[in-house]
Design a protein around this ligand. Structure first.
Ligand code: CA
Length: 251
């Protein structure tokens, strides 16, 4: 179909990377075929390779086997739903670090928060424009690349955390944090946009303080906010759930 056998491999590769380097492999887990095709066309047109699974079990299996760079996960699936799929991806060492963008038809704040709490990196509400989804996919993959290229230095706009030297600065000014405050801030900043419950935070810092209460977390958060000055506003309280680091758009 694409000419000689010698030339066919090159032609096939060009199909997957129309704009130079292939950008990454995306797994779509969604049961509605029309929707899968719409998302696939848009991602492929932008240079992504796309895999798909029509139910949660098959999705988890493909994620483990194919190790895509990012998973687009629908909340409403037959059998094992999107939240459960997300929880299982996060619990498995092979799939734990994959970026996950969750899709849902429900627009309520509670669903959004629960989705992020279960470990999704971003959240898109149906109906949405395919271009918007592609933009979100690219943003997540950029973030994943940043994490890989400088594992010791984490940048979130004006916030810079050097995990090796245990140093924090905000807008160029050094911020002195206690060891516990440092761990909490690093946890929130690493998972920017995701809500961490007080229990998540306690689990993450158990190495330094074994006996710690929910109330103590609130006290640490208050101290971190105060020390960060204007940056303290980027630590948001999500009532009834916990805390999250909110990036400032454009920074
Ligand atoms: Ca669905």
């Amino acid at each position: 179909m694409y000419g000689t056998a010698k030339g066919s491999r090159r032609t096939r590769m060009q199909m997957y990377k129309p704009k130079g380097k292939m950008k990454g492999r995306i797994l779509i887990i969604e049961d509605e075929p029309d929707f899968v095709e719409l998302v696939r066309c848009n991602l492929e047109a932008d240079g992504f390779a796309v895999l798909d699974a029509r139910d949660g079990e098959r999705g988890i299996e493909l994620a483990r086997k194919e190790r895509p760079d990012l998973v687009v996960l629908d909340l409403l699936l037959p059998g094992c739903d999107g939240l459960e799929v997300c929880r299982r991806l996060r619990a498995d060492s092979i799939t734990r670090d994959m970026r996950v963008i969750m899709l849902t038809a429900k627009a309520s704040e509670t669903d959004r928060v629960v989705g992020l709490e279960m470990g999704a990196d971003d959240y898109v509400t149906k109906p949405f424009s395919p271009r918007e989804l592609v933009a979100r996919v690219k943003a997540q993959l950029r973030r994943a690349t940043d994490d890989q290229t400088s594992p010791k230095t984490l940048r979130r706009g004006r916030l810079v955390i050097n995990e090796e030297r245990h140093e924090v600065s905000y807008d160029g000014s050094r911020v002195d944090l206690t060891a516990t405050e440092f761990r909490i801030l690093a946890l929130l900043a690493r998972g920017a946009g995701r809500v961490f419950s007080r229990n998540d935070i306690i689990d993450a810092i158990l190495g330094t303080q074994v006996a710690i209460t929910d109330r103590a977390i609130d006290v640490h958060i208050t101290a971190i906010r105060k020390k960060l000055g204007r940056g303290g506003e980027q630590i948001e309280t999500v009532r009834g759930f916990g805390y999250k680091w909110q990036d400032v758009p454009g920074e």
